[in-house]
Every structure is written in structure tokens, then in C-alpha cells.
Design a protein around this ligand. Structure first.
Ligand SMILES: [Ca+2]
Ligand SMILES: [Ca+2]
Length: 171
């Protein structure tokens, strides 16, 4: 590449970045659209689902629980930007868990809202474990929201593997 070509290339790249186009949209997964509880993807015990959460496009999953079960949602990070926030909703629409942070890395500063013993464990590397006591039977919903930074030019996305398992609640 001679000097003027380099200059043209640099100006072109700068112009592209400046106008924010193209957006290089992140590829979605095959479970879309699953953006609301009405369109939620059904989970089955022990059957892992590999999917991608793209910023601005929530992924909603549902699981039919028997009363008295403990639901364990395990999310393994498979790559890209791990910048997620979770919400868990019970059969009557009550929010049982809700991350309160809006940007990547702020989880530690904004503790999540949790009720009824729902807990998030991040003890293992690249893994989130959400424990949800299902006192009532019915559909429990897990929403995965990919967040961003204040200044990311392109949408973030997160590749994950989600598995739900159950045990009886401790007496
Ligand atoms: Ca998705
Ligand atoms: Ca979605």
C-alpha cells in the first residue's frame, strides 16, 4: 500500500467510525424471538441450551416447576462480552431476583433485589448459578439482559450455555 492509499484507508475508517455505520450487528441465536414472557423459550430439566444475548434484546426462558422444588439455573460463559443482568419472575408475576446495575462490571456496586431466598452464586469461574426456591408450582421465568458500557460503539453480546436442574427443597 502506498502512502496515499494508506491515507484514503485511514480517512475512510475514521469516517465509518464517526458516523457509527455500519453497525456490524451481532448474530442472534435460533431461539429468537424470545424477548417477552409470552414468547419465552421452554427449558427442560438437564437439557442445556446454547444461545447468545445481544445488547438491547432480552432472552426469556421459562420452566414449569412443581411446588416445593429448588430450581438451579446454571449459566456458563462461552465467550464474547460477559456483561449480563438477570431477572427471575415467579408464576404470579412477582420479581424474585433482579440485578440493579446498568453497565458492565457494576454488579458489585449495586446489589440485586432478591426475595424468598433466591440467590446468585458466582463462586466458580465463568459461571453463574441462580438458586430459586419454587414454593408455588407454575412457570418461572429467567430473563437474560446483555448490558453495555457507557461508550461502546457496537452492541455487546454474550454467548452462554444455560441448564436448569431441580432438587427437592431442604426440610
Ligand atoms: Ca438471544
Ligand atoms: Ca431475545
Amino acid at each position: 500500500m502506498n502512502r496515499s492509499n494508506v491515507l484514503v484507508f485511514a480517512i475512510g475508517l475514521f469516517a465509518l467510525l464517526l458516523c457509527g455505520c455500519p453497525r456490524f450487528p451481532r448474530m442472534e441465536d435460533g431461539f429468537e424471538p424470545n424477548d417477552t414472557r409470552e414468547m419465552a423459550t421452554t427449558l427442560e430439566v438437564g437439557v442445556p441450551i446454547t444461545a447468545r444475548a445481544v445488547q438491547g434484546n432480552p432472552d426469556v426462558f421459562k420452566f414449569m416447576a412443581d411446588p416445593g422444588e429448588l430450581l438451579i439455573f446454571t449459566l456458563e460463559s462461552l465467550g464474547e462480552e460477559d456483561c449480563v443482568a438477570f431477572t427471575v419472575t415467579g408464576p404470579d408475576g412477582t420479581e424474585l431476583f433482579a440485578d440493579q446495575h446498568f453497565f458492565c462490571g457494576d454488579r458489585g456496586f449495586e446489589p440485586p433485589l432478591t426475595v424468598n431466598g433466591v440467590g446468585l452464586n458466582m463462586g466458580m469461574e465463568d459461571r453463574y448459578v441462580l438458586s430459586v426456591p419454587a414454593d408455588a408450582g407454575g412457570d418461572y421465568f429467567l430473563t437474560i439482559n446483555e448490558l453495555g458500557e457507557v461508550d461502546n460503539l457496537f452492541d455487546f453480546s454474550w454467548l452462554y450455555r444455560l441448564t436448569v436442574t431441580t432438587t427437592g427443597l431442604a426440610e
